[in-house]
Design a protein around this ligand. Structure first.
Ligand code: NAI
Length: 462
């Protein structure tokens, strides 16, 4: 029986990062992964392929909407769907091959197959049992469907099927106006599908700052996405060569239906722990199926840790990565730490949405006195010059101490700009610290500084 200091089960962003860090810290490490390639959901069927399609569909949209305004002739721009899919696949393989290389470089053994915990410090993969001083569960999540809906990944799809449709559908119905629904709904809307989004709640993107959610809905509506909020989907059935989606208004109870060629079910994800041996090992789980961990990501069974989507918190690749690194550090006897209050979230629509820290709604609930500094991209020269002046930056700071409590951006490159505030929050910075920092001109990030100025004596360009 081969024995390791650490066996990580799952080769997604949480698992592979944990394995690499553990090996870097001198621990003999193996990572168990049953997929053909490393990288988990994020690299194979999630973040990376969706970003490729968001990029190509955005360029198509720009070419057909904005190029001529800039003096670029766009006659004959067309979509070659198979090539677009091949481009998307090439971005996947470039990244998954990169992780294999990093495993070799850092001397992490990839044990190919599905792992099951069969005893204290024992992981079975196929017929072989491997010993481990510590086990890290990083098995991620899978799409949660709804009763009354059968997924075939062709006409009724999760995000996985939506990334490899045979053709661009004429009509797509998206169930759920969360991150996946809006990102993939945007892709197909830009490529010409008629997309309607059915959402259970009365607002899109639950948990997001209310003002941002409202503006995002308006801007996506302008791009062609149709929303029906406050409706509960009952069933999806095949009828006359199409999919009939039946739903009911939560307020009035009125039953309605619509038809689509493809239905995307984007109603959340659930922890993936199938056949992992949790029960036999005595590992505690929550009623929602999450593995219960303490602040050091230890399960109730000594020597077994869990990280990423399979434990509490937002299901985000970067949160899983941070937890992976922290656990590796702790196993190596260091002091690993994750700032769970400062995990940014991004929606890669156009414009992008990014947030970190508390929302206004949460601060009201906390009864914490706060001030708001807001700055619209309309006052930002760089954004205006590329027809991207929709949206704003909103900075929230403590009313008395000026300490930054949260930031919410809807606008160009929001995903990159939010990092400035994440770093500032890690250092306990005040809005004034951002306001007093020189920002290059012309950049979108000047809007962040202006929002910080607006927390004090006022923005300059508003
Ligand atoms: P989500 O939790 O973001 O949104 C699901 C939506 O479906 C909610 O708005 C919910 O109210 C709605 N819903 C639930 N039942 C419904 C019903 N019967 N009828 C109509 N609407 C219903 O989940 P989503 O979009 O599936 O994403 C799953 C996870 O993946 C999330 O945790 C997300 O953070 C993560 N993810 C993150 C990305 C990013 O960081 N850019 C990209 C894609 C996924």
């Amino acid at each position: 029986m081969a024995s390791y200091d650490v066996i990580v089960i799952g080769g997604g962003p949480g698992g592979y990062v944990c394995a690499i860090r553990a090996a870097q810290l001198g621990l003999s490490t193996a990572c168990v992964e049953g997929r053909e390639t490393l990288g988990g959901t994020c690299l194979n069927v999630g973040c990376i392929p969706s970003k490729a399609l968001l990029h190509s569909s955005h360029l198509y949209h720009e070419a057909t909407h904005n190029f001529s305004k800039m003096g670029l002739s766009t006659e004959g721009v067309s979509i070659d769907w198979q090539t677009m899919l091949a481009y998307k696949d090439s971005t996947i393989s470039a990244n998954t091959a990169g992780i294999e290389f990093l495993f070799k470089k850092n001397k992490v053994d990839w044990i190919k197959g599905w792992g099951r915990i069969v005893g204290p410090g024992e992981v079975k993969v196929g017929d072989a049992v491997h010993g481990a001083g510590s086990i890290v569960i990083a098995t991620g999540s899978d799409a949660a469907s709804l009763p009354g809906i059968t997924i075939d990944e062709k006409s009724v799809v999760t995000s996985t099927g939506a990334l490899e449709l045979e053709s661009i559908p004429d009509r797509m119905t998206v169930i759920g106006a969360g991150v996946i629904g809006l990102e993939l709904g945007s892709v197909y809307c830009r490529l010409g599908s008629k997309v309607n989004v059915l959402e259970y709640l009365d607002a899109i993107t639950p948990g997001m700052d209310g003002e941002v959610a409202k503006v995002l809905k308006r801007l996506l509506g302008r791009q062609g996405l149709k929303f029906q909020l406050g409706v509960e989907v009952q069933s999806v059935t095949a009828e006359d060569g199409a999919q009939k989606v039946s739903y009911r208004s939560r307020k009035s109870g009125r039953e309605q239906s619509c038809k689509a060629d493809v239905v995307l079910v984007a109603t959340g994800r659930r922890p993936y722990t199938v056949d992992l041996g949790l029960e036999d090992a005595g590992i505690a789980t929550s009623p929602g199926g999450q593995i219960v961990t303490d602040e050091k990501l230890r399960t109730n069974v000594p020597g077994i840790y869990a990280i990423g989507d399979v434990v509490a918190g937002p299901m985000l690749a970067h949160k899983a990565e941070d937890e992976g690194m922290a656990v590796a550090e702790n196993i190596a006897g260091r002091k690993g730490h994750v700032s769970h209050d400062i995990i940014p979230g991004v929606i890669y629509t156009h414009p992008e949405v990014a947030a970190v820290g508390r929302t206004e709604e949460q601060l009201k609930q906390d009864k914490r006195p706060y001030k708001v500094g807001k700055f619209p991209f309309l006052g930002n020269a760089r954004a205006k010059s590329i027809f991207a002046a929709d949206g704003f930056v909103k900075l929230l700071a403590d009313a008395a101490s000026d300490r930054i409590l949260g930031c919410h951006i809807i606008g160009p490159s929001a995903s990159d700009m939010i990092q400035e505030i994440s770093v500032a929050m890690e250092f306990g910075a005040a809005a004034e610290d951002i306001a007093l920092t020189c920002h290059a001109h012309p950049t979108y990030s000047e809007a962040v500084r202006e929002a910080a100025l607006a927390c004090g004596d006022g923005a300059i360009h508003a």
